[in-house]
Design a protein around this ligand. Sequence first.
Ligand SMILES: [Zn+2]
Length: 425
Amino acid sequence: MKRIIGYLCLIILSLTACGGTESPSAAQPTLQPVATGTIAAPAVPTATATPVSLAPKPENERAVVAEIQRVVDVRFKALNNDDFDTYMSTIDQTNLSFKRAMSDYFKSPFQGGALKGSGASGKVTKITFMPKPYDEFVKVALTTSRTGGAEQNWNWVYRYVDEHWLHSEPEEYEVLGDRVDKDTGTIIVRYYHWDDGVIDREIAWLERGIKEAAAAIGKQPDKKLRVYVSPTFQTHPGRAGAGKIAFYSPDVKDTVYVRSFDSFGAYYTSAGDPLGENMVDDVRHETIHLLNDEITPLVKMLSWMSEGLAVYLGEGPSSQKLRLDRLQSAWRQNRVYSLKEMHRIDVLADQNPDKYDVVLGEYSQGLAYVQYIFEKYGGADGFWKLAKAQAKALKFSEAVVNAFGVTEDQFEQGWKDWYVAKYKP
Ligand SMILES: [Zn+2]
């Protein structure tokens, strides 16, 4: 069973939602072209090195806002036009992990790809010059929108590189060595001083999410839970891609990993998603995995069972609705997976990323299976009966007979009948 990078919570739908109309600037924005082939590795910095700018950095706030707005305009125009090279010219190429994440973001049909022809745009609303030792950077508050969608508010990070402000984030060497372990009494939070301005609010949301997860699953963690808050892609364990916001690893057990606010693509606020709600959702989802693992080992369960449970018990109504809407549209397009495909969904996704959609399979269809189990087979008791039978038999065709007294085919047909009756696709 393939579990190399643990359990990933892909908050992909939220990343693709922008909305509104924007006025692209009249003048065709251009940036200095950046080589897009092999990029020479930057000089290896020492632990104490200070990054060097090649040109004086503008300090005038209005000038900086105007320049960053220009770069933001180029970015969104490139996303709308599906123009990879121009898009990448707005990214700091010296930070290789950020560059890779941004490249993945562009290519993902659920993220940058979803903005093609969408009328997406971004407006810089405020910048904050970071204090030493982070004074190479500014935090940029911006509001994104796209035609027909709600506005969303984000904080991105820009850095002055080669006479341009480019979308970036600090390198690991610039924030590492700077970690803090804070015992809040209920959890231990590891974060970086980079996040000093947001960490107290984040801790309140993390504690709330963990408490709600324990209530939903009916179990407290075996030991004090740790949360690692990563401010950058590079500091996120496994150097996860742009869609991977939070995660739990069965190899580590007592720890949940989340991305911090103000790290690209992780979190936003909008009218329907007040500050913190998305982070609460994520940490609740990952804590369900952690507690599930303490009840029945995740590695002995099928991924649709554990992801379905984490969505069912861990995610809020709006997040669940987005996932069920995706299943509904897949059903109408006749793209729903067979149960046997679902058992192997993570492997299939690796082998054939274009054909199979792991997010639809594990999260949306998994949610609908778990919903069915809770409704038809006695709630949580039924679910754990099946999970334990699966962990013992390691074969769903046997587990489902042992737990529910039905064959795999009967279970699958029962689910389809239930789905049609409930959701009328
Ligand atoms: Zn998950």
